[in-house]
Design a protein around this ligand. Structure first.
Ligand code: NAI
Length: 327
């Protein structure tokens, strides 16, 4: 059995964490030989901390063999202390009538503080995964205030979009999800993101020829994937939670597993025409635990290029909105 690793998770009393934490403790994120110390961070509000205590009691009641211990805190300096992975799930939800610019700025403040706390406290080998929305821009802000844990170690989650796209293609083709490969998400975690169906394969054949319906792929498919979050809210009355937690398990596990090719929002460095300083969903190949290279040179037709340009425009405008918050 390995020595335990420290996994810091923010928003630990929230919806996503109510499924996520149990799966981390069960070994689904880091494997069956890797004990974890969960460092659970919430806001300094009695109701939130009380709810967090309840979650921790339930984790205790599972008697997970891999759960070494837990730290419950409202202090980011404690929560991120020596953390090997920092999963930034908590953020402020969009209130009624709230403008997107205000959402960006309110959350920006959280991620300035967390970026600095990670800089000062996390382990030297720390990796960061941002889930809290607007995830790509929150990640950019956090990374800009964290010089020791460098920008390429900061990622934002677009894996839920990839998983959604995979299932939509499988259902359209009448096959199981395992038959669908090479579906990657480009750009923002928002309705502008582009699920690049032109690269996807179904049972080894191009998805475009198996489905053979460009109008569906360019229209309904892209909009179903892009608006799936809103559809879940309309149906459930609450935003996606178990599927988001599942996607974070996939995101971190695949970033820890050499050879995996998957969609991650990373600092673009200009790949596929994205602004070099935005965090854009891109296909990456994990080269060593926590390290990756962007898959370059994938062919994009004019439709794909126009979708990538549109999601890049949104990321650039988010960057401009929070420009004064960047470190
Ligand atoms: P939730 O509202 O149920 O829980 C969020 C928790 O974060 C709350 O308990 C809150 O007290 C806590 N929190 C807020 N600020 C914090 C801070 N500064 N430090 C520590 N904790 C803090 O929300 P839920 O459903 O768990 O979602 C969390 C976030 O994930 C939301 O921003 C949501 O939009 C986002 N999300 C992202 C997805 C993605 O694919 N990237 C998918 C689904 C949700």
């Amino acid at each position: 059995m390995n020595a335990p690793i420290r996994v810091a998770v923010t928003g630990a009393a929230g919806q996503i964490c109510y499924s996520l934490l149990f799966r981390i403790a069960a070994g689904e994120m880091f494997g069956p030989d890797q004990p974890v110390i969960l460092q659970l961070l919430e806001i300094p509000v009695e109701k939130a901390m009380k709810a967090l205590e309840g979650v921790a009691m339930e984790l205790d009641d599972c008697a997970f063999p891999l759960l070494d211990s837990m730290v419950l805190t409202d202090d980011p300096n404690v929560g991120f202390k020596d953390a090997n992975w920092c999963c930034l799930v908590g953020s402020k939800p969009r209130g009624p009538g709230m403008e997107r610019a205000d959402l960006l700025k309110d959350n920006g403040k959280i991620f300035i503080g967390q970026g600095k706390a990670i800089d000062e406290n996390a382990a030297d080998n720390a990796r960061v995964a941002v889930v809290g929305n607007p995830a790509n821009t929150n990640c950019m802000i956090g990374a800009s205030h964290c010089k020791r844990i460098t920008a390429e170690r900061w990622s934002a989650m677009v894996r839920l979009d990839q998983n959604r796209a995979q299932t939509q293609l499988a259902q359209k083709a009448g096959v199981g999800t395992a038959a669908v490969e090479d579906i990657y998400i480009f750009g923002n975690h928002s309705p502008t993101m582009f699920p690049a169906f032109g690269l996807a394969k179904i049972n080894g054949q191009p998805a475009t020829s198996v489905i053979n319906d460009d109008a569906y792929l360019q229209g309904e498919f892209c909009s179903t994937v892009g608006k799936r979050g809103a559809a879940i809210i309309a149906a459930r009355g609450l935003s996606s939670a178990a599927s988001a937690g599942n996607a974070l398990i996939d995101h971190v596990r695949d970033l820890s597993t050499p050879g995996k090719i998957h969609s991650v929002a990373v600092k673009s460095e200009g790949h596929y025409g994205f602004h070099p300083d935005v965090w854009a969903g891109l296909p990456v190949k994990t080269t060593a635990p926590g390290e990756y290279e962007v898959i370059e040179g994938l062919e994009m037709d004019d439709f794909a290029k126009s979708k990538i340009a549109a999601t890049n425009d949104e990321l650039v405008s988010e960057r401009e909105t929070v420009a004064e918050m960047l470190g």
